[in-house]
Design a protein around this ligand. Structure first.
Ligand code: PMV
Length: 309
């Protein structure tokens, strides 16, 4: 058996505006992982088993399935063929904006590359996974596959026509604790992205202004992280959330968790990812984390406390 794994991710600042060419900051969540295990199988069939997703996918019979697509693309790239059994497991909550889809795809690419003894460069892994992200997202910026493939903090600016994406590591001078609370509502990234697109098409000037404001917040956040000025993070998150609200991607469930978190001592917070559901992130000082965790536990579908470094 040969295995590959990949981390989850969280967008700290800049989602949605990143689709329109503004920068965004994302970090890996190395302790949340998806894994793929490859074993040879008699015959020529490739079968992907994903019990947690309630799915068994036969490559030949499911051309449009994202798991089948990433497997087919990778086998083509490696010039390899079946039969293979591919077992998927993941501890990343599905549809919550934590990158579960991209992480599963990345784990499959890594496991197949290892199985056939052909390790692939990180840019290529990221590009392969981007192809499947298009099935999930419609018009993804590419930030998810990038931060997961590189597994390090990434400042991402989407390519302008004809150019490449701008991918720069950013500095986190002092580690900090992030509290992530799940609304329990699946985050329909594709729908939220499409709604923002409709809003932008009907009032470009207003949306461009919102995106510019987000761009400025991202720049300030990058500076605060580089300087270790963590006390500014909370306020910056809350300002970013205000812009996400203006874009129409917040929801009553997100707002409720934000209210509970702020009352329990968080210094700031925002939705993360597509919005409407999914996860809310908070910045809090060490002394307030326990109280915040407890308060959110009573309200959220799940709480993750993780160090970002
Ligand atoms: O829902 P997520 O975490 O996969 O995030 C998507 C981020 C967006 O900016 C909303 C879309 C994109 O492709 O960048």
């Amino acid at each position: 058996m040969t295995s590959g794994s990949a981390c989850g991710k969280i967008i700290l600042f800049g989602e949605h505006a990143v689709v329109y060419g503004r920068p965004a900051l994302a970090v890996p969540l190395p302790r949340l992982r998806a894994r793929a295990h490859v074993t040879p199988r008699r015959g020529s069939e490739v079968v992907i088993h994903a019990p947690a997703m309630g799915r068994t996918v036969e490559l030949a019979a499911s051309p449009d399935d994202p798991l089948a697509l990433i497997t087919r693309l990778t086998l083509e790239r490696l010039g390899a063929r079946g039969g293979l059994d591919i077992e998927i497991e993941s501890d990343i909550p599905i549809a919550g904006g934590l990158g579960s889809g991209a992480a599963v795809s990345t784990a499959i690419v890594r496991a197949l590359a290892a199985h056939f003894g052909q390790p692939l460069p990180v840019e290529e892994i990221s590009a392969l996974v981007y192809q499947t992200e298009r099935l999930y997202h419609g018009t993804p910026s590419g930030i998810d596959n990038t931060v997961i493939a590189y597994e390090r903090p990434v400042r991402f600016v989407r390519a302008r026509e004809g150019g490449g994406n701008e991918i720069t590591p950013f500095v986190i001078a002092r580690p900090f604790t992030l509290v992530i609370a799940n609304t329990g509502i699946p985050s329909p990234t594709k729908l939220a992205v499409a709604d923002v697109r409709r809003g932008w098409e009907s009032d470009r000037a207003r949306y461009e202004q919102i995106f510019d404001t987000v761009g400025t917040i991202v720049q300030e956040a990058q500076r605060a992280l580089a300087e270790g000025a963590l006390e500014r993070l909370g306020e910056l998150m809350t300002r970013n959330q205000e812009q996400l609200r203006q874009m129409g991607v917040s929801s009553p469930e997100i707002e409720r968790l934000l209210e509970v978190g702020m009352r329990a001592g968080a210094r700031g917070g925002k939705l993360s990812g597509g919005g409407r559901g999914g996860n809310v992130i908070f910045y809090a000082q060490a002394a307030d984390i326990l109280r915040l965790h407890k308060a959110l536990d009573a309200e959220a579908a799940g709480v993750i406390v993780t160090e970002v470094k």
